[in-house]
Design a protein around this ligand. Structure first.
Ligand code: BT5
Length: 265
């Protein structure tokens, strides 16, 4: 007789600590929480909505890539925000989100780090890192002005077999212990809300981000749309959150929205 794995417990909405002014909803299944929140924003939903799903069936990554997670194995959610900051600071929102997730996971995962622009990785120094969280921020024009849909997917309880790519991991794979998702969701939301103020002081955010960004100091291949690849040393993050890359011919800058991949050379 084969034994089936223990069923995964659902999220407990009554125990989610929603940050002040945020409204958390949990739905059993939806194709993409980002797609659902974009639609609701266009329909007049006000900022502060957090839509979480137990099973995201057509999760979106960047550039038409996909994000795959089995039911109840992860945290997949989107937050609707209207950052009250100058337009130039909006480019920091994806980086800030990565920073906030990294901060929330750091207690459990001492080797958690950020790969520019916003992959959250477990990096044991071997160079590549295993991705534990992906982030997709979309800007939406509404009748009340622009809003941001901040999508976060955290691998929480997946086994190795359940991860769709080799360079991925889950929190429980790293810690070797089961993780209670409701508590982790509360922690991540609290971190996101608590660090929003850093958008008002992007120089502090830039320094804090650079401290935990493992891309800096490495030789990287920057894959650009159209197929060009430029190699250089990741030198710095500039005031807009773009990566400054040094080459023998001088430095060039790439914005987060303009790269296909940045990979260790
Ligand atoms: C991302 O894209 O990393 C952004 C993922 C954002 C997902 C969240 S979940 C809630 C919200 N609603 C959505 O519909 N999306 C957001 P990107 O950098 O393009 O990475 C995608 C690539 O990561 C894929 O092409 C795979 O190679 C890999 N991948 C897919 N699923 C993964 C997983 N669970 N863990 C690690 N890597 C994964």
């Amino acid at each position: 007789m084969t034994s089936s794995p223990a069923p995964r417990p659902p999220l407990d909405l009554d125990r989610v600590a929603a940050p002040a002014g945020w409204r958390v909803e949990v739905v059993e299944s939806t194709p993409s929480t980002n797609a659902a929140v974009v639609e609701r924003a266009r329909g007049g939903e006000q900022p502060g909505l957090v839509l979480v799903t137990e099973h995201q069936t057509a999760g979106r990554g960047r550039l038409d890539r996909s994000w795959e997670t089995p039911a109840r194995s992860s945290l997949t959610f989107s937050v609707l925000l209207r950052p009250d900051v100058p337009p130039a600071s909006w480019s920091w929102l994806p980086l800030l989100t990565g920073y906030a997730v990294q901060a929330a996971l750091a207690d459990r995962l001492p080797d958690v780090a950020l790969k520019w622009p916003n992959d959250v990785l477990v990096d044991d120094g071997s160079g590549t890192g295993r991705k534990v969280c992906g982030i997709l921020v979309e800007r939406v024009e509404t009748d009340d002005g622009p809003v941001a849909v901040v999508g976060v997917g955290i691998n929480v309880d997946q086994t190795l077999d359940e991860l769709p790519v080799a360079l991925a991991t889950s929190v429980s794979l790293e810690t070797g212990e089961p993780v209670e998702r409701t508590g982790l969701l509360s922690q991540v939301l609290g971190s996101l809300r608590g660090l929003q103020g850093l958008l008002d002081d992007v120089e502090s955010l830039r320094r804090a981000y650079a401290d935990v960004c493992v891309t800096l100091g490495r030789t990287v291949d920057v894959h650009l749309p159209g197929g060009d690849v430029r190699r250089g040393e990741a030198l710095d993050i500039d005031a807009s959150g773009a990566l400054v890359v040094g080459t023998d011919d001088g430095a060039f800058t790439v914005a987060a929205g303009d790269v296909v991949h940045v990979r260790p050379a």
